[in-house]
Design a protein around this ligand. Sequence first.
Ligand code: SAH
Length: 384
Amino acid sequence: MKETFRLNATAAAGLESFVARELRNLDIDNVTIDDRSRVFFEGDKETIAKANLWLRTADRVKIVVGEFQAKTFEELFDKVNDLDWEEYIPFGSAFPISKAKAVKSTLHNEPSIQSITKKAIVKKMQTAYHRPEGVPIPENGAIFPIEIAIHKDSVTVTIDTTGDSLFKRGYRQEKGQAPIKENTAAAIIMMTNWLANPVRPFVDPTCGSGTFAIEAAMLALNMAPGINREFLFEQWSWFENDILEKLKIQAKKLKRTDLELDIQGFDIDGSMIDIAKSNALAIGLGHVIKYKQMRLQDFQTSQLDGVIVSNPPYGERLGDEESVTQLYTEMGQTFAPLETWSKYILTSELEFESYYGVKATKKRKLYNGTLRVDLYQYFGKRIK
Ligand code: SAH
């Protein structure tokens, strides 16, 4: 079986540079971003485990089995068949083609691409494991999900190592109606200036299920985001169990215990506060984050130099529009006295600044799932 790998970490559009930065901070080798914003890196099994355990902003980590050009189905079959599949997939494993995608390419019929890929791998496995051609090979073992992506005739074939997307940390049992994905939330925290000095107050006044506060605390305390979940690679026979176990033990030691954090979350809806509390408790942050039922309009403080991160309602549904724009206006009025605080507000409302009453210092385009949103950033005044 393989010992070194070419790897790809996928992420939501716009977050790739954060993933690359995280990988470099993990001392991982040869991290590159290609002209299609894809993040590649190299390493061994430990690298795969480490990336899955520690990446906060990525969706998944994939092994790149092959990259080549193909314009005909014959070419596709032959080149997929040529790859050393038996070095990755033990006999008896399941290898579904979980995704086939073609963009701007000669080959564009995705179901055909999917079935040709499958046939080419089956044939390779039959040869490699000396099974008679025409007799199906068993696939009742561990799963190796294969993805094939074709872009302008250039094919990339990968095996997923992650399983459930990395945004699932294992702490969010309940999420309410419009949660932000954990990996997007982590990236937004990295975009703020709070991490430069995380003992400053941090407030999410529309906290919902509590994601921003939890991700902020996990970042500040250097808690490994994946420590409470499982990964697909753990099921693979050639992936020694102790690789991940050792990294988890090390991760527990790397957690900071020297910081006194001041993190609060509010929501008008008491049932969301209950959910937020139980989520924080699930990841061991019950004593770190203070959640309270409160209207954001009632937020007042004499503290200085804090950071607000908020993902208020967007008013997607008909009839909501008026109350939402009213909320944005009241937000502007409530935050106005907090001159030294920096505020980061995520919304899909293109006219947000006019309701809020102040032009953002900076705007950043992001995606909350498939919804295009903007992060409106207001930098606090420096304390003299
Ligand atoms: N980021 C959150 C989702 C926020 S959805 C998460 O990851 O779960 C917006 C939240 O704003 C909802 O939970 C809603 O109850 C809350 N909200 C609406 N009006 C509010 C107000 N005036 N004050 C405080 N919270 C409010």
